[in-house]
Design a protein around this ligand. Structure first.
Ligand code: FNR
Length: 383
């Protein structure tokens, strides 16, 4: 296959990933919760914002470069935390972090990653961000924070929208586990994915690298999954956020904000940035799309903290629209996870190149030369 000609959009990476990744792990990425209404709306609602075409503007010397939390980034994009990257392809998180580092955008490692904090730190030179869930076991959380500090992570992303896990029908029906249980159905499916299996045989890790060794009495993957699900702390409140902020002491990003009132509270809590996000439609199905929620949050925050955004981004045009509506940084989840499943490190690099090309072309055709120039008056709501 000549990937240069067959992969020209993120959708091509998705199609290739579906072919190459075992079904339960592909479905884990490509699904939302319940009816998946919010999952679909996240991408669909970008179309509400149309571009203002401008002509006869000198657009030579354009740049997509910007800063995110004070660090230079090649474009206003970061890789969102996503669990089980190492199940899309062998050593997935290490490969994604390398591709992001080489491109010059931040990578966020999930608590629920396959490769550990130390694996990623060892394999990459650039500092990365670490994502944390609020867990009942504060000693364990403290350990993870210490490990992230020791690894040189430059920001902590605290996810606030997962005190309980949204029901994802496909994961339950597929019996999602890592590594996959060797049932007849799984074995038959694995036989059709020789590339993936071969990679996995040589992979450094095949289960949650940050958690193994910490959780007590865990003998197999099902007891690990049960332990993890019981660990999400339902008592999470703003006092708990303060505890994390004090324990971490560095830059803090609060993720999963969808309401202007919560955005104000996050700014009051001293967040360095917030991520307007509905978890990619994986949590509260029936919630509005993230792009619909963004403008009111930008108004409510009134510049008190940096605003980042995710959910539904599949193109550089989506990045443009989110930036125009006030996002300083745009995080991508599935877009790069498809890249991982499709072509590993090269797939993530391709995803980033595609997004940058699309962003750059859209800037050019809107007569915009800098990321700062991507303002609200360069897009128009569809009437
Ligand atoms: C996620 N997301 C996520 N978020 C988080 O804070 N911690 C996590 O471990 C995960 N895991 C995860 C796995 C997978 C497979 C996906 C697709 C997503 C949510 C993620 O950070 C982000 O909010 C969404 O992915 C954004 O939506 P898009 O870009 O995937 O549409």
């Amino acid at each position: 296959m000549n990937a240069d000609r067959t992969v020209t959009a993120v959708e091509d990476l998705r199609i290739l990933a579906r072919r190459r990744v075992p079904r339960m792990f592909y479905d884990y990425v490509d699904c939302g919760s319940w009816s998946e209404a919010t999952y679909r709306a996240n991408s669909r609602d970008f179309a509400h914002w149309e571009f203002k075409q401008r002509v006869a503007v000198n657009i030579e010397g354009r740049s997509t470069e910007t800063t995110l939390l004070g660090e230079v980034a090649a474009m206003p994009v970061a890789l969102a935390p996503a669990g089980l990257g190492g199940m899309q392809c062998a050593d997935g998180e290490v490969l994604a972090a390398r591709a992001a580092g080489a491109f010059g955008v931040p990578f966020t490692l999930s608590t629920m990653s396959v490769c550990s904090i130390e694996d990623v730190a060892e394999a990459t030179q650039r500092p990365f961000w670490f994502q944390l869930y609020m867990m009942r076991d504060r000693t364990f959380m403290g350990d993870l924070i210490d490990r992230a500090k020791a690894a040189g992570c430059s920001a902590l992303v605290l996810t606030l929208d997962l005190q309980v896990q949204g029901q994802r029908h496909k994961d339950i029906k597929n019996g999602l586990s890592t590594p996959p249980k060797l049932t007849v159905a799984n074995l038959l499916n694995l036989l059709t994915k020789p590339r993936w299996c071969w990679g996995m045989l040589r992979a450094k890790r095949r289960t949650f690298g940050n958690i193994v060794g910490h959780a007590p009495n865990i003998e197999d993957t099902s007891s690990m999954a049960l332990w993890v699900s019981e660990q999400f702390d339902q008592t999470l409140d703003w006092d708990a956020v303060e505890w994390v902020k004090a324990r971490w002491g560095g830059k803090l990003i609060l993720k999963g904000i969808m309401d202007p009132a919560d955005a104000r509270l996050a700014a009051d809590a001293g967040a360095d940035a917030i991520v307007v996000s509905n978890h990619g439609g994986r949590q509260l199905d029936g919630a509005p799309s993230s792009i619909r929620a963004l403008p009111a949050i930008v108004d409510a925050v009134a510049g008190r903290t940096e605003i980042h955004f995710d959910s539904g981004v599949r193109s550089g045009q989506d990045v443009y629209r989110a930036v125009a509506l006030g996002a300083k940084g745009v995080h991508i989840g599935r877009a790069y996870m498809y890249g991982l499943g499709a072509l590993g490190e090269d797939g993530v690099a391709r995803c980033l190149r595609i997004l940058r090309k699309e962003l750059d072309l859209t800037m050019a055709l809107c007569g915009v030369r800098t990321v700062e120039g991507i303002t609200r008056d360069t897009i128009i709501p569809r009437s």
